[in-house]
Design a protein around this ligand. Structure first.
Ligand code: ADP
Length: 613
């Protein structure tokens, strides 16, 4: 089943917003019309002394004002909160207004002279607003009703069933009874009204067409540039093209690596069977050859066009005509964008230009998405490579570390101070190497999809407690005064325990590492508007302001940390940032060099009943 696009929505030609605007305008105009009837009657009757039925005309004026007041009240109720929610009711409201206006207009025509009324052109003007508001053929029905009303007045006056009112005394008496005059008036009124409505319909159709196309182009630009995901870009493009041409079917076929076949990348509104009809072989498809060479191709009649590779399937799918636009990247064709219509001969050269514009927009977005995909792929491959290498390095390095430790502990081995110093330095280098390997492994793992267990509700307090315990020895060795505050009720977040432990051990580990002896360290956990907020503050060396924006970068170390003897790889925070991002959380840092540093992590809290601590 073809998807229903907004362009196919069975609404009247005008959008709900248009209807709301125009009816508001109509209501304003109607105030004027009502007052005008009253004033004109007063002037004509009392100043000019015309023989008009003043009382009935006043009544008509008052009626117009009264029903307009009722319409204002209805409109207020109808337009809140949003006009789009009340499309059907809006339509009925428009019909009600048109009917009331038709009635008052007809009465007014009769009271101002029937077929010889100077007010006849006002009828035509009212038809314009009907054309804007109602879809074809409603304006033509309205003309018929108007003409019918005029003819009925003429006939009834001629048969003396209705009285005749003379507005223009110089007109020959009995003119309204002359059949030729009556027919001429009605014929010219019909012609003028039909021509007006026809022209207005043409203008409105063109305007709406342009509006739809401009909207589609704008939407294409916005949507395709708002994502780097290839499937999303393709989907947006196909939908935009279909929407712009008011059809419900479109597809994008992309060239494979060989450049010989076009495979279906996205299909909108096409049946499963049609989508899987097979690869399009470029050498056997003159249609695509022409399109891939940069031209838009229109297949007017699918039934007779020889250029189609799968003619039977096209007919079976009920496709009458096809428009094929090339998607050309930087100097090379990427694929084709096709729009399908049920009817034959449906597309114009204007449509072709327009779809080409969409395809051009799409080509840029498509190239970006393709480049992004390639980059992501390369990044993952690199991460996998680093993971393999570091994994291989880990065993010999930790082996060498333990051998060295054994050597340094052996009493039999007499080492002079210089030898001992050298071995201590070798040990420090190995420690650094081991830390680097661990960090590289963690970083590579964070870049490889699915490295962590599936997120589940995890309580934060036990994890924070464990991280602090692991660092207890270092904390007491440096005589750091440690404060840990957390609520008694468990705060749970949706994450993997392993990932959370990595985040907090890195942050608390850094705080211990960069805080000199006798300093202070505070870990604070609290809940704030649906988020668990964890702050880790220390009174350590701080981070220079100029370095703050870079601390999340891989291998970056602040200038004061590099100058110090403190060993580090510059990888911990980039891992932490990646992990927090992957959990949909936020992390920030505040620091004053030489004084203090605070890292704040906030993670969305998961309801307690799901928690497993
Ligand atoms: P490293 O292994 O160097 O600690 P990180 O990625 O964990 O690497 O941190 C990056 C840099 O941020 C550190 O080199 C240091 O300059 C700075 N830094 C991180 N945490 C702190 C802290 N608590 N106090 C001062 N500086 C910090």
């Amino acid at each position: 089943m073809a998807k229903q696009t907004p362009a196919n929505h069975p609404i009247m030609g005008a959008e709900p917003g248009d209807i709301a605007n125009v009816t508001t305008r109509l209501i304003q105009i109607r105030w004027g019309a009502g007052i005008l009837v009253l004033v004109a009657t007063a002037v004509c009757v009392h100043l000019l002394g015309l023989p008009l039925p003043a009382h009935i005309l006043y009544l008509v004026g008052v009626c117009i004002l009264v029903y307009n007041a009722v319409l204002v009240w209805v409109a207020r109720r109808l337009y809140s909160p949003k006009p789009t929610l009340h499309l059907r009711r809006l339509q009925r409201f428009v019909l009600l207004q048109v009917a009331l206006d038709w009635l008052s207009m007809t009465v007014f025509l009769h009271l101002t002279g029937g077929v010889s009324s100077p007010a006849i052109p006002i009828y035509a003007i009212h038809m314009l607003s009907v054309t804007i508001l109602l879809p074809s053929p409603s304006p033509y029905i309205y003309i018929a009703l108007g003409v019918g009303a005029l003819a009925a007045i003429a006939v009834l006056e001629r048969m003396a069933i209705l009285p005749h009112y003379t507005v223009i005394p110089v007109l020959p008496p009995g003119l309204q009874l002359d059949p030729i005059y009556i027919m001429a008036q009605i014929a010219f009124f019909t012609m003028a009204a039909t021509a007006t409505v026809h022209l207005a319909t043409l203008v409105m159709t063109r305007l709406r067409e342009h509006e739809r196309q401009v909207t589609a182009l704008l939407e294409t630009t916005q949507t395709v540039s708002s994502t780097l995901s290839l499937p999303e870009v393709l989907e947006h493009l196909a939908i935009s093209a279909a929407k712009a041409l008011a059809t419900s079917r479109a597809s994008i076929r992309l060239l494979d690596e060989t450049g010989e076949h076009l495979h279906m990348a996205v299909a909108h509104g096409l049946s499963e069977e049609y989508q899987t009809k097979g690869l399009v072989d470029v050498s056997r498809s003159p249609l695509d050859q022409e399109a891939l060479s940069g031209n838009v191709v229109i297949v007017k009649q699918t039934a007779t066009d020889q250029r189609i590779q799968y003619p039977k399937q096209v007919i079976k799918e009920g496709i009458g005509s096809i428009l094929v636009a090339p998607i050309i990247g930087r100097g090379r064709p990427l694929g084709v964008l096709r729009v399908y219509a049920d009817q034959p001969d449906r597309f114009t050269s204007g449509d072709a230009d327009f779809v080409l514009a969409i395809a051009r927009q799409g080509a840029v977005a498509l190239e970006n998405a393709l480049a992004h995909e390639t980059l992501q792929h390369a990044d993952k491959e690199r991460a996998q490579f680093v993971r393999t290498i570091t994994h291989e390095l880990r065993a010999p390095v930790s082996g060498a570390q333990s051998l060295l430790r054994v050597l340094l502990k052996l009493r039999k081995v007499k080492l002079n101070p210089q030898q001992r110093d050298i071995l201590a330095r070798v040990e420090a280098r190995f420690d650094f190497l081991a830390a680097l390997i661990n960090d590289l492994l963690a970083l590579a793992a964070s870049k490889t999809a699915g490295f962590l267990k599936t997120p589940e509700p995890v309580a934060l307090q036990p994890i924070l407690g464990e991280c602090i315990d692991q660092l207890a020895h270092e904390i007491s060795e440096k005589r750091i005064s440690m404060a840990y505050e957390a609520p008694d009720t468990m705060l749970t977040v949706c994450a993997s325990a392993e990932g959370l432990a990595q985040i907090f051990s890195n942050l608390i580990g850094n705080a211990v590492k960069y805080t000199p002896p006798d300093g202070e360290l505070t870990v604070h956990l609290t809940q704030r508007t649906g988020s668990a907020v964890i702050t880790i503050s220390d009174t350590g060396i701080g981070i220079p302001a100029k370095d703050l924006p870079h601390i999340w970068e891989e291998f970056f170390r602040a200038s004061n940390a590099r100058r110090s003897q403190i060993v580090g790889t510059g990888l911990g925070l980039s891992i932490v940032k990646r992990l927090v991002d992957s959990l949909g959380g936020m992390i920030s840092v505040q620091s004053v060099e030489g004084k203090e540093t605070t890292f704040t992590v906030s993670l969305l809290v998961t309801p307690l009943d799901k928690a497993t601590s």
